[in-house]
Design a protein around this ligand. Structure first.
Ligand SMILES: [Zn+2]
Length: 120
């Protein structure tokens, strides 16, 4: 019962039960918005698994356009093989995260820096 034909069947091993927003109907998109995205909160869970930091409140500088924004304002595309986080100012790729059964692949080359609050 799926309208998505191009995706491999990989959902079973994904422990994303805490985030009900990441579901097939979000990924499939709607007419006029073929590549739907979520806000920065969608990247919070996977990045928490890696770093045990609250990435949502972190401030990042886009290497492409120089915009300095709170991570939670970024656009998260979760329908790629992994997660792609784009700048909400210029749409440049800030961060990519792909999980395999044995490792994480994290590309942060689109960020000049991340400023992470030590509190909390
Ligand atoms: Zn930018």
């Amino acid at each position: 019962m799926t309208g998505i034909s191009g995706l491999p069947s990989q959902g079973a091993e994904d422990p994303h039960v805490e985030d009900p927003r990441v579901e097939d109907h979000d990924i499939a998109g709607i007419a006029g918005n073929p590549i739907p995205h979520l806000d920065g909160n969608a990247a919070a869970g996977p990045l928490w698994e890696l770093f045990r930091i609250d990435i949502i409140a972190a401030i990042g500088r886009c290497k492409n356009c120089g915009a300095v924004r709170v991570f939670g304002e970024a656009a998260v595309y979760a329908d790629a093989p992994g997660i792609v986080v784009r700048c909400s100012s210029c749409d440049g790729v800030l961060l990519r995260l792909v999980e395999t059964p044995t490792s994480y692949w994290l590309d942060v080359s689109g960020l000049s820096y991340l400023q992470i609050d030590r509190e909390g």
